[in-house]
Design a protein around this ligand. Structure first.
Ligand code: ZN
Length: 344
């Protein structure tokens, strides 16, 4: 039997939350339940998205981050030494926008498992490969106020140790791919190359499952879209960190491609890595056509081997509408299948 030729597909991580679970189209939405009802509602929403990803035809399935309010703070809520009662306003991503962030006030320690129940739930409900995402150490440091460590690098390494504990536990629960999200790598390029990748390696220490890092130009929110307007006609931010990542143990690297000004020959700097190529724009509600997606894959194939390319979204889809997100998932799989035929 001939195996159907297609490219592997995955989402970056987050998906929109249903309106009965939380506010919609917000980066920090308020939950609509609490206690046991909230816990159940989060899993119900996760189940819907597992099914939607399978129906779309994706090869890697995630939990859509339905159980966390925000991709960074969802992790921090399970860490001792962080004061969530007294949040402060802080400019994040080099002051691109203000966020209400909790404060680090004492030594950091995990309260217990962070994503255990979601990971076991995800593993129990799909036989496909599963990916779990966590914020990377450098992005965490950029999304929390420090009143204790007084040293960014020291604090990043402390968070990396906690991420590592949780990552090893996720692996033991059958997670196939553990991804760390590091949008901060595209903002503090020198720091990323100097110590960001080292912190990432601590977070990934001892993992034998596939490891990944997602680096993007952010969610499709206005502050990010305005920032991108200032970056000029050619976005070379990845050029600083890719060489350091190429030397690291991390196996997969994701980058934005479709509707971005990233020169795709930068992929050459990722020699030997698997590359998650962003073929879906998260800043536009227009649904990509399979032809557009196959074209993006074709452009990337000039610089990465076919068996090392995974078609992916540019970033998370959390702030979008459910309807648009579902259509984008279907387009992703259709485009990857078309590219499989075209570039067989
Ligand atoms: Zn992203």
């Amino acid at each position: 039997m001939l195996e159907k030729a297609t490219f592997r597909t995955a989402i970056a991580g987050s998906l929109p939350k249903p309106a009965w679970l939380s506010e919609t189209q917000k980066l920090w939405p308020q939950w609509k339940q609490d206690g046991a009802e909230l816990a159940q509602a989060k899993l119900d929403a996760t189940l819907i998205w597992i099914k939607a990803q399978e129906d779309a035809g994706l090869s890697t399935i995630g939990d859509g981050e339905q159980s966390r309010q925000h991709f960074v703070h969802g992790f921090l809520e399970q860490v001792d030494g962080i004061d969530f009662e007294h949040k402060v306003t802080m400019g994040i991503r080099d002051n691109r926008y203000d966020a209400q962030v909790p404060q680090v006030v004492s030594e950091l320690k995990l309260k217990g498992r962070v994503h255990g129940s979601e990971a076991r739930f995800l593993r129990a409900h799909t036989t496909r490969k599963i990916k779990f995402t966590m914020p990377g150490p450098m992005t965490i440091v950029d999304t929390v106020a420090d009143r204790f460590y007084g040293d960014k690098v020291k604090m990043a390494y402390a968070f990396a140790e906690l991420l590592n504990q949780e990552a090893l536990a996720l692996q033991a629960e059958g997670v196939d791919i553990i991804q760390f999200d590091e949008p901060a790598f595209n903002v503090y390029m020198k720091d990323a190359a100097d110590w960001g990748v080292k912190a990432l390696e601590i977070a990934a220490r001892g993992l034998t499952c596939t490891t990944a890092v997602h680096i993007c130009y952010g969610y499709g929110i206005k502050a990010n879209n305005d920032w991108k307007e200032t970056l000029g006609g050619e976005w070379r931010q990845y050029a600083d960190v890719f060489p350091a990542l190429a030397k690291s143990s991390i196996k997969q690297v994701s980058l934005e491609c479709f509707h971005s000004h990233v020169p795709l020959d930068l992929i050459k700097l990722l020699e030997g890595k698997e590359v998650m190529v962003g073929v879906i724009d998260v800043a536009s509600d227009t649904i990509e056509t399979p032809e557009e997606i196959a074209d993006t894959i074709g452009r990337a194939l000039q610089f990465v081997r076919k068996d090392k390319l995974i078609a992916c979204t540019n970033c998370g889809l959390a702030p979008m509408s459910r309807e648009v997100a579902e259509k984008k998932l279907a387009a992703l799989a259709q485009g990857a299948a078309l590219a499989g035929v075209r570039y067989a």
